[in-house]
Design a protein around this ligand. Structure first.
Ligand SMILES: [Zn+2]
Length: 402
């Protein structure tokens, strides 16, 4: 371990009880994506804590989602950096997090924050309120003069990540365009490793319009939409390619009006995960070219790539190598891996900005009641991020291919 890494680690260890206290306060506030007031309360608390740590905080109001919170700290000025630390042309290091959780209102009362040994439990503790705490710790380290980032640091907190960030996405993308690189504070892989690739997420809707008829008296006059849809779903399922790690899941189905009526309508929604844009193009083309088996049926198909795949580019690999070196200096090995889940990091990566995600605190059970996070890993993860902010300048924006 280097002297500098030891210093940073010792500092963050000294902040542990303050970090756990803040984590408990964040988990105590329910913030399901659908509950704007709850997400805004979390945003207000995070904004307050960051302001108290000397960061410049802007709350970006949203009408139909939790407000986006933006905070900057670290060096101000330098070439291309305008205003109060506002980086506008690729000069900042961006930290990416979200304020919402998948847990409904009342969950924090039902299953309150609790500590058992090295673990903390509670709704959203791992995904990703522990990651939010890391941002505050870093801002405090900067204002305390402990941490000296080489670039201005911009933290962006989205308020609707768990539903694909319909409101936050433009803000995430605008910030990513102005960043040298993005560090995503989403939960790590189960082994603590960073996420250097994410599958793309596609949504398919297949709807069949048939012709209703009495199932007993004149079935030949009907066109059964459920039967047609069943065939179409199997056709789409055959597009799955496990060797390519492309998966198809028929997740929702509805249709029909009564048992003794030839179904006039049926509809299914399918989830598709793809490793690359090429795989998505293959699926999309095939799906848009589906034709009814029964010529009397009408087919309506939608295909949308809701999260682009985050492909492990050379720039992402280089960022990971640097992170691995910094982690080694801090006394641990940082692995890497891919994940099937999309996130705001996917949007940033699609712009050509190097993204290293999964840098949040180690834990397990995201989106499950067993969710928990390792309190003894808060300091090492904060030290890793601090080391990155001190050492990694990232690629020059003009060399980026976007
Ligand atoms: Zn998350």
């Amino acid at each position: 371990m280097t002297t500098r890494a030891r210093e940073l680690l010792a500092y963050f260890e000294s902040q542990k009880s303050a970090a756990v206290d803040l984590l408990g306060r964040l988990v105590a506030i329910d913030s399901p994506t659908s509950d704007k007031a709850g997400v805004d309360r979390v945003g207000a608390l995070v904004g307050e804590e960051l302001r108290a740590a000397g960061a410049r905080v802007t709350i970006i109001p949203q009408d139909n989602a939790g407000d986006v919170v933006r905070a900057t700290f670290g060096p101000v000025g330098g070439p291309g950096v305008r205003g109060a630390g506002v980086s506008s042309d690729g000069q900042a290091a961006m930290l990416l997090a979200h304020l919402d959780t998948v847990w409904p209102r009342g969950e924090a009362a039902r299953r309150p924050f609790r500590i058992e040994g090295p673990w903390a439990y509670g709704p959203g503790v791992y995904d990703m309120k522990a990651g939010v705490v890391l941002c505050v710790l870093l801002a405090r380290a900067v204002s305390g003069g402990v941490l000296k980032p080489c670039l201005p640091v911009v933290c962006l907190f989205s308020g609707d990540e768990e539903t694909g960030s319909p409101a936050s996405r433009p803000h995430v993308e605008a910030e990513a365009r102005a960043a040298r690189y993005v560090l995503g504070l989403e939960p790590s892989n189960p082994d603590g490793g960073a996420k250097t690739a994410r599958k793309g997420v596609g949504r398919l809707v297949v709807e069949v319009i048939g012709v209703p008829a009495h199932a007993g008296i004149d079935p030949e006059k009907g066109v059964n939409a459920i039967e047609e849809l069943s065939a179409q779903i199997l056709a789409v399922k055959l597009l799955e390619d496990r060797a390519m790690s492309t998966t198809v899941n028929a997740g929702l189905i509805e249709g029909g009006v009564a048992r003794n009526v030839v179904a006039p309508r049926a509809r299914a929604e399918l989830d598709v995960r793809v490793p690359s844009p090429v795989e998505w193009a293959r699926i999309e083309t095939a799906v848009l070219n589906l034709r009814p088996r029964n010529p009397g049926a009408r087919l309506r198909v939608e295909a949308a790539l809701t999260h682009p795949p985050m492909v492990r580019s050379a720039a992402i690999a280089a960022l990971y190598d640097q992170a691995r070196r910094v982690a080694r200096d801090a006394g641990f090995d940082l692995g890497e891996g891919a994940t099937g889940g999309g996130s705001d990091g996917s949007y940033c990566a699609a712009l050509g900005v190097p993204v290293l995600d999964g840098l949040g605190v180690e834990g397990e059970g995201a989106h499950a009641e067993s969710e928990r996070v390792r309190l003894d890993r808060i300091a090492p993860r904060a030290a890793l991020l601090a080391g990155l902010l001190e050492r990694v300048e990232g690629p020059e924006p003009r060399t980026r291919s976007d």
